[in-house]
Design a protein around this ligand. Structure first.
Ligand code: ZN
Length: 201
């Protein structure tokens, strides 16, 4: 164990920063030092922002998104098409689709995907409320925007199954050649999926 070079408060700051995704112990030290140097411009406002966020964050009971109000901003937005619900694994996927302005619809966050390996079963996911929402008369289409992994696709099949008794149309994202992608650089899985899902020109 390396000798501490700073007091327990600073060591604690470094330890907490090191738990963030993408930050190892070395980057956490660098980040902590940066915060300390920019105490007034950064450390103070950041600690205030963290405090406010931790006090006010709620998980939307309708869709599973996180926000500081219930229902969340997406569910409250009257400009969205109420006939479409986009099903995602995690809030990060919702944010990614919103950044891409891919669709002006509502969302449903599952909070994970089914995984035999990790012991994630249907009852661990936000599935029952999805069935209830999908049965609402205004809902016409459920878009499964799940990852193209084995677990993501297993979950997509499961969701399709539990919605099969309803009159909604269930669709999923196309998998294929990315925009700007060169065939030579794609992995075999992506290429074969793109070939299988080819469309008329
Ligand atoms: Zn919501």
């Amino acid at each position: 164990m390396a000798q501490s070079v700073a007091g327990p408060e600073i060591e604690r700051l470094i330890q907490l920063l090191a738990r963030l995704p993408g930050l190892g112990p070395r980057s956490a030290r660098r980040a902590a030092l940066h915060l300390i140097k920019k105490r007034e411009q950064l450390l103070g406002p950041l600690s205030e922002a963290l405090k406010l966020a931790s006090e006010r964050i709620v998980v939307c009971r309708t869709c599973g998104n996180v926000d500081t109000a219930e229902p969340c901003m997406v569910c409250r937005d009257a400009g969205r098409d109420p006939s479409i619900i986009v099903v995602v694994e995690d809030v990060s996927d919702l944010w990614a689709l919103e950044r891409a302005a891919a669709v002006r619809a509502r969302y449903h966050v599952l909070g994970g995907v089914l995984s035999a390996l990790d012991g994630v079963r249907p009852e661990h996911l936000n599935l029952e409320p999805l069935v209830v929402r999908a049965a609402e008369p205004e809902v016409k289409e459920i878009i499964l925007a799940l990852n193209a992994t084995v677990d993501g696709q297993t979950t997509a099949h499961y969701v399709t199954e539990i919605l099969s008794g309803l009159s909604v149309k269930v669709t999923k994202l196309a998998h294929g050649v990315p925009v700007g992608g060169e065939l030579d650089y794609l992995d075999e899985g992506t290429l074969s999926a793109a070939m299988k899902q080819r469309t008329a020109f």
